[in-house]
Write a protein of this length. Structure first.
Length: 332
């Protein structure tokens, strides 16, 4: 029953966010004459619909505009849709409104269990220190064990959901020992600052911004507990029918990663206007992250399967899944 309520709630969130996914149907399609896209091209151009979040290499790729330039030569335009978190983005993919997107490591296991036709196409190196459990600087909570009975804000089904599970487990607690408050980042931050919740499980750059604000203290981060990878996905039909375009997107992402690793200060300056977040906070977030693009190896699949199995044991997944079935393998 809890799972049904969860997916109903996700459906409600989808109704709010789907207007951003500017087209309907699955896969690449012809763009109507009055449709808006991020580049100018003939109405007959093929359209690729990409979902992104406020922080990540897809966000930077969008801001730079390099992908549009390259795909325009191949007769494609790009439509970008912004989502508050990975669960909402993958719900849009499940509805057939996205061709490509990115999330952290937890959302895809929920999405696969819900029947989303996603395929993992690439991942980033682990970044465990880029997410954390925060408390107020003057909070009486000094250890994770002190969270017992307390309200903790988090985005349900996101990376920090798994982080929270692992942090509690290490302290001998479970989710039933606390009061989870499921909120997207903006609402969670407001609740945290107003004192409506006792702690906040959050990722960068929101994490760095809260730190820089001077009112938050790190109770625990993901080091030694989670990998915290960024994953890139294509819808199954898109990957199977347009492998060449998937490769172009991944090639452009690699270029962004190379630049980001060389110049964290430049990344912060570049993204500040895009995100509305202070440059100093963005530089902190960028410096503690390793950028890069890696293939989906057996080790990565095993890590994802562990996450899926843990959520299944907690009763949060409606069924057992096999992550290996959702990995992109090109036809030879």
């Amino acid at each position: 029953m809890k799972n049904k309520v969860f997916w109903k709630k996700m459906g409600g969130m989808l109704a709010v966010t789907l207007w951003l996914a500017m087209a309907s149907g699955c896969g690449i399609h012809n763009e109507p004459a009055n449709a808006k896209s991020s580049s100018s091209s003939p109405p007959s151009s093929k359209v690729i619909r990409i979902g992104y979040q406020k922080y990540g290499t897809l966000n930077m790729l969008k801001a730079r505009g390099d992908l549009e330039k390259r795909l325009k030569k191949l007769g494609y335009t790009v439509q970008w849709a912004l989502f508050p978190g990975g669960p909402q983005l993958l719900e849009a993919m499940n509805a057939g409104s996205l061709d490509f997107g990115h999330t952290g490591e937890a959302p895809p296991v929920f999405a696969q269990a819900a029947g989303t036709p996603l395929l993992y196409v690439a991942t980033s190196p682990p970044n465990p220190v880029s997410e954390a459990i925060l408390v107020k600087k003057d909070s009486s909570i000094q250890t994770v064990a002190d969270l017992k009975g307390k309200k903790v804000a988090l985005n349900k089904g996101s990376n920090v959901h798994y982080l929270l599970v692992q942090v509690l487990k290490k302290a001998g607690l479970t989710l039933s020992d606390i009061q989870p408050v499921y909120l997207p980042p903006a609402d969670a931050r407001a609740a945290f600052e107003q004192g409506s919740v006792d702690a906040w499980a959050i990722w960068d750059p929101f994490y760095a911004a809260a730190e820089k604000g001077g009112k938050a203290r790190v109770l625990a981060d993901g080091q030694g507990l989670v990998a915290n990878r960024e994953f890139f996905f294509a819808s199954r039909s898109f990957a199977q029918n347009h492998a060449d375009v998937v490769h172009v997107i991944l090639e452009e992402l690699k270029k962004v990663d190379q630049w980001a690793n060389r110049d964290p200060k430049g990344v912060a300056k570049f993204l500040a206007p895009e995100l509305g977040i202070d440059e100093a906070a963005l530089e902190v977030a960028s410096k503690r992250r390793t950028y890069g693009l890696e293939p989906i190896t057996n080790e990565v699949i095993t890590q994802q399967q562990t996450i899926a199995d843990q959520f299944r044991q907690l009763g949060l997944l409606p069924k057992k899944i096999d992550v290996n079935e959702a990995v992109w393998r090109e036809a030879k």
